[in-house]
Design a protein. Structure first.
Length: 174
């Protein structure tokens, strides 16, 4: 079914894949040292998004989507890595997978919110990006401190609209 309604990237979809130990992870983007850490929305081109995702294919797709939006990004492959990266440079927004090895996304969100409550990190939105779509999954995400619960598969324009609630995004070129 063709759904192209004049928006060029609308057919690109982030697809949840099962873990494949033989797949090579996407290279991490360099840290954005000039990330905005105040409570204000960063200006277009200043937003720094931390993607927390263990699946190599989802990493590649999500990082490409974020790059197409003109966003600076950094990749964490699990919750502990995300905590470490946030302590070094607080992001403007975190896109957090829920089910990961080691520390999962819910525990990571709880720890980030605890650090924010202690004044060790500035406040930033955390958005769950997961295949878990039951009402109980959404409730668990929000209870852990997530600001939104986005479900995969997620197409480019939907992701852009959701991120635009939290960040000032550069305009797309037609």
């Amino acid at each position: 079914m063709d759904r192209n309604d004049g928006h060029h990237p609308s057919e690109t979809t982030l697809v949840l894949m099962t873990s494949d130990a033989s797949a090579k992870p996407a290279p991490a983007s360099p840290p954005a040292v000039d990330a905005t850490v105040s409570g204000q929305r960063p200006a277009p081109g200043e937003a720094f998004v931390l993607l927390v995702e263990d699946n190599p294919i989802n990493q590649v797709v999500a990082l490409e989507f974020l790059a197409l939006m003109g966003l600076k990004t950094q990749l964490a492959r699990n919750g502990q890595e995300a905590l470490d990266l946030c302590e070094r440079a607080a992001p403007s927004l975190v896109l957090m997978d829920i089910q990961m090895p080691g520390m999962d996304g819910l525990e990571c969100a709880r720890r980030l919110r605890e650090q924010q409550a202690q004044g060790r990190l500035p406040r930033f939105p955390i958005l769950a990006l997961t295949a878990h779509a039951l009402d109980s999954d959404v409730a668990d995400s929000l209870k852990a401190g997530m600001d939104e619960h986005l479900t995969k598969p997620l197409d480019f324009l939907t992701l852009r609209r959701r991120l635009a609630r939290w960040l000032d995004l550069p305009q797309l070129n037609d």
